[in-house]
Every structure is written in C-alpha cells, then in structure tokens.
Design a protein around this ligand. Structure first.
Ligand code: AMP
Length: 487
C-alpha cells in the first residue's frame, strides 16, 4: 500500500510533487520521500506524514525539473527509514525509482542480485530489487543511439523476473522520466498532462489537485518514457488475455474522488451499496435507520437506504485526529483507539433498530467495538452490513493483510462472527455482487485473491507462507519498538 508520483515539468517540480503526495497521503502514512534531478540527484525521505517530513529547507534544496515522490505503508521490510523510497543507483545511468505494489519473489531475487551480480543492497525494500534488476538489464542491453529500445529491453527483463504487483515511476538522469505497470495491472497508475508538463500518479485525484488533465491509465504491461525533449514514447510489452486490477482499491483503499481503470471509485461504492441493499432485503430485518461507519462506507449506505427505503443518518462521528487504528500493533491498543475514533450521536440511536454499513471486516475489532458503542447508546437492535464478502486470504500484492491469522472469517463461520461481534444480524456482500458492483458494464476481471484465494500471478503456496512468515517477523519488530528516525 503506497502512493507514487512522477513529474517532468518546466521548473522545479518539487512543489507539485509535494502537493501530489498530500493528495495521495491516504495510500501510506508511514514514510514519505522525494527525489529530484537537475545536475545531480537531490533526495529527502523520512518517517511520518508528508507535511512532517518536508520542511521549507528541504523543499528549497530539492531542485530540478524531473522528480518522483512516494508515500509508504510497508508490506515488506521492517518499515524502517532504510526502506523508505525513492531509491537510486548510479550505473549504467543515474536511475531513481519508486513503486506501489509488492514483489512476491523478493527474497529469491535479492539472493540472485547479491550472489550473481554482486549488488549490495541498502534496505529490505522491494523496489530496490526492481531497480537493480532494471539497472543490470539496462547495462546489458544498452544502445545509446536508441535509449527507448534499451528501456524496453530492461523493462522486459523486469517483467520476466519480478513476480507480484508493481506500478513503477522513475528518472533516468539527463534523459527523462518513465513509468511502467506490471503485466496484470494489479496496482493503479495514471498518466496526466498540463501544457507540456507530464505526470504519473497512483490515483487521478493527484492530477485534479495539480490541475493536470488525466490522459489515461498506464496500461498493464506498458512502459511510457518522456525523453528530455518531452517526446513521449510508449509500448505495451506484455498483453495478458486478462488483467486483474485490485478490487479492494474500490472497496476501501482508494479515494472516492479517484477514477481507476475507467471506473469511478465513488460510483463503485454506490453500486456496492445497491448490491448490499439487495442482500439486506433477503433478511428478516426492519431497521429504523441506516448509519454508515465514516468515511469509506458513506456512499454505500446512501444506496442501501434507497433500496430499503429507510432513512440514512450520521449516527457515528469520527475524530479525525486519531491515527489509523488498523496499524496499531497490539489488539488492546486497537480497541482503545476505535473507541477514541468513533462516538455515537445518542439521539439517533436510542430505542432504534440500527443497520450499520461498513466497508470490511478484517480482525473484527472495529465491528465489535461499534456494536458495543451502539448498544451502550441504547440501540434496540444492531444489524451490520458489510460492502465486501468475508476477507479470508492474505494479500500478497501490497494491501496490508498478509497473514491468514488476521482474518476473523478464516477462523469462524458468519454465524459465529455475528455472535463474537455481538450483532443481531451480520450481512455480507456476495462475491458476485462485489464484482458486478465494481465492474458495472466495464469489466469483470479483478484480483479478488483476498476473498477467493485465487491469485492472478499463480503464486505457489510455499511462497505465500514465506511472505506470511516474514510479515509476522516484521510486525513483531514494530511491537518491540522498531527504529523511527528520519534522514
Ligand atoms: P478490523 O477492525 O481489523 O476488522 O478492520 C476493519 C476496518 O479497518 C474496516 O472498517 C476498514 O475500514 C479498515 N481496513 C480494512 N482493510 C484495511 C487495510 N488493509 N488497512 C487499513 N485499514 C483497513
């Protein structure tokens, strides 16, 4: 779970990159980094939110018309400062890179790079592996008269070796900026333009903020290169029969004002509510009011309310200044934080049968706390409707759900989960409803691995287990209070 941006402008691009990262902040709050290039690379990265990492003095130092930026939520590595992106190498060119995604054969590639190519890495970040494979391949295929063809060959090598998901942005010092997206198109990446300035960004919302025109999505398996004269080269190097954008982006992760792969996130959430409403109609419940869990579930709750013909009200208020509960390392901390984060409006709750709409249940902590809050506020009955189906399988592509043990639905039946969270009824979206709602008329292929266990990149069971084991190790490091320094 990360956000990336890359810009080739006419002036110092750091300001736009900074603004773009602010628009993408929801994609990662753990670290942020920007690298720019004029006659040399200028890099600043640190732990924390974008506006904490970059002070005026850093911004002034980051000179250059080319730049890339990154916000991170770690899914590989220890989440320490060494793993903060972007990264750069100096041979065969100065190459800088940042990505969103997760490399599933990371450990194997790291070993190959170290043992066969004597590349010594500086971190446990998977983009450093992509960058070095790209660098090794670029050296092998270098044709100075036709740089784009060399970049094509290097990207082909990346596609051949690197498994998993990756939407990449990068700089070739003195020559231009580039972007590519893995052949399955699992993570989003858009392409934008303003006059003769070009940009790549994880979500279209970044282009809106910067007043760029959203040109199109980078196609799965495509490489785009903007050379130093602003000439645009593009080539689709791999064309899979089907591509598989992550469906969870629409359920929870992306901003509702973004459009990803031609599908508006807000519209998708409205449709999720329609499909969920149909599921609610099948149940023997008569709610007096529909209440969304802010903020993600709001759009879906409007639609549920329309289908059920029951009013939708704001009955839960969110304190915006509490950090995300999901990333709290211990269960106890997560429970306390949910209570600090959400507070009911008692007049909307007392003596009423409430249908609460939320986007997802992972461990069940949030749901259990919400039901308890509403019951304490004297709700007569509390039903809970979830806009996606039960989450059961680890995400190996970059959404932070990498260990099976985290999923309450892996261990228990829906009936039992209902009992554990204390709801009077628990209603989930169906997988058919999910795909129909998100895809609409436009597509029916998505990565649904976290719901179905079907992984588009055909990862082996042992590889998933290895990733799970490593994730548990790195999460424990956090609990013990891993390092937290900036540079
Ligand atoms: P839990 O309390 O563990 O069941 O987490 C569920 C809540 O966390 C949902 O209400 C979501 O809004 C949010 N959520 C779901 N998936 C993620 C994720 N991968 N990262 C952060 N938050 C998430």
């Amino acid at each position: 779970m990360c956000g990336v941006i890359g810009i080739y402008g006419n002036d110092d691009v750091v300001y736009e990159i900074y603004e773009g990262l602010i628009a993408l902040q929801h994609r990662g709050q753990d670290s942020a980094g920007i690298i720019t290039y004029d006659e040399m690379f200028h890099l600043k990265k640190g732990m924390g939110l974008v506006n904490n990492v970059f002070k005026e003095k850093n911004i002034i130092r980051l000179k250059g018309k080319m730049g890339i930026g990154h916000v991170r939520y770690p899914t590989i590595g220890f989440g320490s400062i060494e793993d903060a992106q972007p990264f750069y190498i100096n041979y065969p060119f100065g190459i800088a890179m940042a990505h969103n995604g997760n490399v599933t054969n990371y450990y194997q590639l790291r070993e190959i790079l170290e043992k066969k190519f004597y590349r010594k890495l500086t971190s446990y970040s998977d983009v450093e592996v992509i960058l070095n494979i790209f660098g090794v391949a670029l050296e092998k295929y270098l044709n100075k008269k036709n740089l784009f063809s060399s970049l094509v060959s290097a990207t082909r090598e990346v596609f051949k070796w690197v498994k998993g998901s990756y939407s990449v942005v990068g700089i070739i010092a003195d020559y231009g900026i580039f972007a590519f997206r893995d052949p399955y198109g699992i993570k989003p990446l858009g392409f934008g333009k303003k006059n003769d300035n070009y940009a790549f960004a994880s979500e279209s919302v970044a282009f809106d903020m910067l007043d760029y025109r959203f040109v199109r999505d980078v196609y799965p398996g495509e490489l785009i290169f903007i050379d130093k004269d602003k000439k645009v080269y593009s080539k689709r190097l791999r064309k899979q029969k089907h591509t598989y954008p992550c469906i969870f982006e629409y359920v929870y992760f992306a901003r509702p004002d973004s459009v990803i792969d031609g599908i508006g996130v807000y519209e998708a959430r409205l449709r999720l509510g329609e499909e969920l409403g149909k599921e609610c109609l099948k149940e023997d419940i008569k709610p007096d009011v529909i209440i969304p869990v802010p903020d993600t579930a709001r759009a879906a709750a409007f639609s549920v309310s329309k289908i059920l013909k029951v009013d939708c009200k704001e009955g839960l208020i969110k304190n915006r200044y509490i950090p995300r509960t999901f990333i709290m390392p211990t269960q106890r901390e997560r429970e306390i934080k949910v209570r600090q984060k959400l507070n009911p409006i008692k007049s909307e709750i007392e003596n009423k049968k409430i249908l609460v709409v939320d986007d997802s249940i992972v461990r069940g902590t949030t749901s259990r706390e919400i039901v308890a809050l509403l019951k304490k506020a004297k709700a007569k009955e509390v039903y809970l409707a979830i806009t996606c189906p039960p989450l059961r399988f680890p995400c190996v592509y970059g959404i932070d759900m990498m260990t099976r043990g985290e999923f309450i639905a892996k261990k228990y039946s829906i009936k039992k989960i209902q009992e554990i969270i204390g709801a009077d009824k628990l209603i989930y979206q169906t997988i058919e409803g999910l795909i129909k709602a998100v895809g609409g008329e436009k597509r029916n292929n998505f990565c649904t691995a976290c719901f179905t266990g079907i992984y588009p990149t055909k990862i082996k069971k042992e590889e998933i287990e290895k990733l799970e084991k490593e994730r548990i190790k790195t999460k424990n490091y956090f609990i013990k209070g891993g390092e937290d320094e900036g540079v």
